[in-house]
Design a protein around this ligand. Structure first.
Ligand code: FMN
Length: 394
């Protein structure tokens, strides 16, 4: 065999190899397959969305320092591959969480206001979660999808727990969720005040628009404000609330009322709060700064992760979200001890660009990146990833 024949044979082998998951040219007429990564999806979404809707999902609070931190801090973590240790011919990104099998360690975070991004946004996302077999923390409005059997198999219900006045209300809430096959309750703890998101304040955004039909514009493209609509403003001192905001004992009561249904807390950033969650008998925590949309200057979540993992001490899983855009980001979090990684904006970009198909495609992209990155780092299974795979840039 000549060198040329040997090379041709090798190229034929590589083209047929499952390691090269490329698509045929003929499939590329579908623009969804020209999207190479989630940043491409963001560009497409930005082109399609009303500029106010784009800013609403893109923005962070005040100076957006945490927003930049969430991304920038990944660059301080360096991956330390371990070669020739494991057989990486077959990559498995499945994992186990809360006693359930997940096909991949990614989940969809709760996001309000999806109707500014796509009509019936909550339902579209739930269908996308179903197709991509992705765990979802829902903000609500997905009953129809769940009843259709096409929704996600594993889904949690978001609450701030601020709406509960009595134990009966909690019992009722949990029972209804249980009847719908809900996996558990996720309490968001960082949302008891309205933050200053100044892009939307400058736009005079009416937050209700994003729960209703989207941004209203007249035939000339001008915004249609009604005189009595509540516009996001700054400079107003927080008005006292008629009821105390929830506290750890509220979450504890909710856990008891949920009779066996797991309760997790989202928005944790410190070892102390993680320890408290363990003590309170909660099933897990989500290390999160709300996509840098609440208190600014809290640092990135990937920075907060190690102290939370240490405080959890393996007693409860520690999940994380905030700025995850690449398979390598996910890999780094897993190496630092996260059990699963949530995304917010990336699936909203998919939603804005292609509806439910885009939501599912974002998972396909990140799952594929994670798989390739794991293979290149020398691991074939999530359980083979540990702290030795990352170091901090000096
Ligand atoms: C448009 C938007 C709305 C959100 N609404 C909520 C919400 O209602 N409740 C909540 O717990 N988190 C909310 N979040 C935060 C997400 O759950 C999640 O923590 C964050 O988006 C993760 O960061 P990422 O967007 O950088 O992936 C929202 C985020 C965005 C972008």
């Amino acid at each position: 065999m000549t060198r040329r024949e040997a090379l041709a044979g090798f190229l034929r082998f590589m083209a047929a190899s499952p390691l090269l998951a490329d698509r045929k040219y003929s499939e590329l007429h579908d623009p969804i397959y020209s999207v190479a990564n989630v940043f491409d999806m963001a560009k497409l979404a930005k082109k399609k969305l009303d500029p106010l809707a784009w800013d609403y999902i893109d923005e962070g609070s005040e100076d957006e320092v945490s927003l930049r931190d969430n991304r920038a801090r990944f660059e301080r973590l360096i991956i330390r591959p371990h070669f020739l240790e494991n057989d990486v011919s077959k990559i498995d990104v499945s994992t186990k969480l809360f006693g359930k099998e997940l096909p991949h360690p990614l989940f969809f975070c709760p996001t309000g206001g999806k109707n500014c991004v796509f009509p019936n946004g909550d339902q579209e996302v739930a269908y996308g979660a179903g197709v991509s077999n992705t765990m979802l923390i829902a903000t609500g409005g997905i009953d129809k999808v769940i009843d259709s059997g096409k929704g996600p198999k594993i889904w949690w219900q978001f609450t701030t727990a601020a709406e509960f006045r009595t134990k009966n209300q909690m019992v009722d809430f949990a029972r209804k969720l249980q009847d719908k096959g809900c996996t558990g309750i996720s309490v968001t703890a960082d949302i008891y005040h309205v933050s200053r998101r100044e892009r939307s304040i400058h736009h005079k955004l009416v937050r209700r628009w994003c729960d209703a039909g989207g941004i209203p514009r007249d035939t000339k493209g001008e915004l249609e404000h009604k005189p009595d609509e509540i516009v996001w403003t700054s400079g107003d001192f927080p008005a006292p609330r008629p009821f105390p905001t929830p506290a750890w004992d509220t979450v504890q009561r909710l856990r008891e009322a949920a009779s066996g249904m797991p309760v997790i807390v989202k928005g944790i950033l410190t070892a102390e709060d993680t320890e408290r969650a363990v003590k309170q008998g909660l099933s897990g925590v989500v290390v999160s700064n709300h996509g840098a949309r609440q208190l600014d200057h809290v640092g990135s979540t990937i920075e907060a992760l190690p102290e939370c993992v240490q405080a959890a001490g393996g007693k409860i899983p520690v999940l994380i979200d905030g700025g995850f855009r690449r398979g390598t980001d996910v890999f780094k979090a897993l190496a630092l001890g996260a059990s699963a990684v949530g995304i917010g904006r990336p699936y909203l970009w998919g939603l804005g660009a292609f509806g439910q198909r885009g939501v599912a495609r974002v998972i396909e992209l990140l799952r594929a990146e994670l798989g390739v990155d794991m293979g290149m780092a020398g691991v074939a299974k999530i359980s083979q990833i540990d702290r030795s795979f990352v170091r901090i840039r000096q």
